[in-house]
Design a protein around this ligand. Sequence first.
Ligand SMILES: [Zn+2]
Ligand SMILES: [Zn+2]
Ligand SMILES: [Zn+2]
Length: 129
Amino acid sequence: MIEIVSCVVAVCDTCRSYFDEDGEGVQHFATVAGARAHLAEDGPEPKGDGLDYLRDTTTPGWQQLADGRLRCWRCETNRLCTEHGHDWTPWQACWCQGRCTIQLRSCQRCGNRQDRYDPATTTEGGERA
Ligand SMILES: [Zn+2]
Ligand SMILES: [Zn+2]
Ligand SMILES: [Zn+2]
């Protein structure tokens, strides 16, 4: 026989991506409540003033906003970095190991990269010697 079943998927209101489509595959839930319960486990609630959450550089999970909208981990990551700044690693020497004077750092939250000339090899004002 043919049976029609309906199921629930969670979609990011910002970028329209489906829950876990970039992970183990789009997850289907039996009920809206089941979907919300699963998302609640995925996305840690910001605690207290929210700063603990900010300092936590692990990937944020999906967020359920007060008005019921959803925000995927990627959009949440972008929001955190946009509103609170990137969470940079210390400057590190370029991977070429001294053949240039470039230093690199990356955001531990979103993976954004920056580079600069090693200030030890530049004159005041940041200009290259
Ligand atoms: Zn999104
Ligand atoms: Zn960032
Ligand atoms: Zn280099």
